[in-house]
Design a protein around this ligand. Structure first.
Ligand code: SF4
Length: 216
């Protein structure tokens, strides 16, 4: 995909959804950090089912710690890997209190030092909470970047670096939201809905199906 096509790719996604937002439900930076940590290898929908009850009793690091491992597990047991996520979350709360006055820190280094918080989670927090033009590459973005020719790379870090280089500056702030939503709802893993895709003339995917299957 060339420079002109990439610009047009994002221009169209931006036109469809000028103010994209995460589908995770939250009402503070701490709640977002918790939700993103819980969403690793789980769907946003499964996290959104559990967090309203959890946040009603624990929406600060202090309250979360007070739940303890068993108490916290009882709220998130429907989410994959909940035991290790509960353990990491409690360790993270301890560090937030001891080193960051109970606040979510604004630096990548401090975020990635929190248990259960990797580069992707740090990118989401830096982007949504602190307004940095980071690009958090998840499974949808990795697939889409390679399939479309937008930013091919052998692993998520390579794709992230390529995207940071090739996404036009004016679209960088929201790029990861547009790509995630496009990957989740149109450019799906098993059968991309190319017939229903606003960028199908710009995309390099060789096996595009431009006619909808019967019944669609
Ligand atoms: S044309 Fe198909 S493969 Fe390309 S971005 Fe659209 S849905 Fe994905």
């Amino acid at each position: 995909m060339n420079k002109v096509s990439r610009h047009e790719f994002f221009r169209r996604l931006a036109e469809l959804d000028p103010h994209p937002v995460t589908e995770l439900q939250y009402s503070s930076p701490f709640e977002l950090l918790v939700a993103v940590l819980l969403s690793a290898q789980a769907t946003d929908a499964s996290v959104n089912k559990a967090t309203p009850r959890l946040f009603a009793v624990a929406n600060t690091p202090e309250n979360m710690l007070a739940l303890g491992q068993d108490g916290l597990e009882s709220y998130i047991a429907t989410i994959g890997l909940y035991r290790s996520k509960a353990r990491h979350l409690l360790q993270t709360c301890r560090i937030l209190i001891d080193r960051h006055q109970g606040q979510v820190p604004p630096s990548r280094e401090a975020l990635e030092a929190l248990p259960g918080v990797g580069r992707k989670t740090a990118n989401v927090i830096l982007n949504i909470v602190f307004g940095e033009p980071t690009i958090a590459v998840d499974t949808h973005i990795f697939r889409l970047a390679n399939r479309t020719g937008l930013a091919p790379g052998k692993d998520v870090e390579a794709v992230e670096q390529k995207l940071l280089k090739v996404v036009p500056a004016e679209f960088r702030q929201h790029a990861h939201h547009w790509l995630i939503l496009h990957g989740r709802y149109v450019c799906k893993a098993r059968r991309p809905e190319c017939w229903n895709c606003v960028v199908n003339d710009l995309c390099d995917y060789k096996a595009k199906e431009l006619v909808p299957p019967k019944g669609r």
